[in-house]
Design a protein around this ligand. Structure first.
Ligand SMILES: C[S@@+](CC[C@H](N)C(=O)[O-])C[C@H]1O[C@@H](n2cnc3c(N)ncnc32)[C@H](O)[C@@H]1O
Length: 398
């Protein structure tokens, strides 16, 4: 293992009533995938790095009299190389294995999970804290349904039976392994870091109503409930099975959230309804049309004095060309069609075009709340995780 392997020390995922509980064999397979992914990062990625910097780049410089221009040119040079091909194949195999091994647990527990979610929605076992509103007539965006994003079977909206919650269960456990636990025991570092960022930068800000867009299973929603306990918190997504799961998960964790199946590009909330609108890793999973539409919708939804905060992985300008190329492997090999393109969008200009005053738009980096609290000060060298212990935040004020 490479010198960064301690960055992937196992932190158990926090339990709650909806989280699948792998049996002994399933756990062994899930642990294997996690170790395999950690090994790729710490044992294989440094070799790809060395191949590029020690062999491919110098050979190109000798031949052409200059360095490779950008990540696209690096890609052309690296894709034929056996070291890179080995890395990319291992990464893809690990990703397919990831979902396979978690699906075993999800399929075994699915009937019980569906029942738990039904009970939460019906308020059996106590009055629900929050609520769940589904809209079966909602048109689902093509860019969401057209691809099994990050190779997750069925994508975000796939349903195989009445009141299905399978995708939610798959995502919750799968993302924990996918992220090697680096987003904390509740998978909530992006929301936690963004909520902390808002509190640190706007200490007087007391939002009455908060909306989390693209909430998936609510990982990033709950930190906002905790950061602003007096606020009414809403969360939307287009995926019904995610929302059923999200609602039951939030209830089991004792958090009050109103979940609704809505499209973030055109919600049914009134103008100026929210003081704080947030999203976490939503932008890179949208499209060239949806992203500006979401920012326009935020402008409509914010009350005067309100704030929108969109967290995502760091932009390309925060890293060198080689790391850009490595990060962009998600676009090419992990069914993330907008991953690279989104990083080339000038989000400040998008916000200005949406109606925000230029002086009220900032593009900043928010330190990872979980990683700094856990003492992981070192950053990754390269790989699917971005270098630096920080998330991007687009902050817009109205
Ligand atoms: C990477 S996940 C977000 C993860 C989540 N925010 C978190 O921090 O755990 C992206 C989510 O955005 C949702 N999504 C994409 N486009 C959307 C839209 N136009 N409206 C609402 N949700 C959308 C997808 O269904 C998916 O659940």
């Amino acid at each position: 293992m490479g010198e960064n392997s301690n960055a992937f020390a196992a932190v158990p995922q926090a339990r709650h009533a909806m989280l699948v509980e792998p049996d002994r064999d399933e756990l062994a397979r899930q642990d294997f995938v996690r170790s395999f992914k950690a090994y790729i990062q710490s044992g294989i990625v440094p070799g790809v790095h060395a191949t590029y910097h020690g062999e491919v780049k110098p050979a190109f410089a000798r031949r052409e009299g200059r360095e490779p221009r950008d990540r696209h040119e690096i890609r052309q040079l690296m894709t034929p190389h056996p070291v890179f091909r080995t890395y990319a194949s291992m990464q893809r195999v690990s990703q397919e294995l990831l979902w396979d091994v978690v699906l075993d647990s999800v399929e075994r527990e699915l009937p019980a999970l569906v029942e738990k979610a039904r009970a939460a929605a019906a308020g059996r076992g106590g009055r629900p804290l929050g609520s769940l509103t589904l809209d079966p007539a909602l048109p689902l965006p093509n860019y969401v349904t057209g691809v099994d994003i990050h190779c997750m079977p069925g994508g975000y909206c796939g349903e195989r039976g009445a009141d299905d919650v399978g995708v939610g269960a798959l995502y919750d456990r799968g993302v924990y392994i996918y992220a090697l636990g680096m987003m904390g025991p509740y998978n909530d570092d992006i929301g936690g870091s963004a909520a902390k960022f808002v509190r640190d930068h706007y200490p007087q800000f007391r939002p009455r109503r908060i909306l989390d867009m693209g909430c998936t299973v609510g990982h990033s929603t709950l930190p906002f409930v905790d950061a602003f306990p007096d606020a009414e918190v809403h969360a939307i997504d287009v995926g019904a099975p995610l929302l059923r799961y999200a609602h039951a998960r939030a209830e089991s964790l004792g958090r009050k959230v109103h979940f609704a199946q809505q499209d973030a590009t055109r919600t049914n909330f009134p103008d100026g309804h929210f003081d704080l609108v947030c999203s976490s890793i939503l932008f890179h999973e949208t499209s060239g049309k949806a992203l500006p539409a979401i920012v326009r919708e935020c402008h409509r939804l914010l009350a005067p004095g309100g704030l929108a905060v969109h967290g995502d992985l760091p932009p390309f300008w925060a890293m060198d060309e080689f790391n850009q190329f490595m990060l962009d492997c998600e676009t090419w090999y992990n069914n993330e069609p907008y991953w690279g393109a989104m990083r080339e969008v000038d989000q400040v200009e998008v916000a200005v075009a949406a109606g925000f005053r230029r002086e009220d738009v900032e593009f900043m980096m928010a330190p990872s709340a979980y990683r700094s609290a856990a003492g992981h000060e070192r950053s990754f060298e390269a790989g699917e995780f971005a270098p630096g212990n920080a998330w991007q935040v687009l902050v817009t004020r109205k």
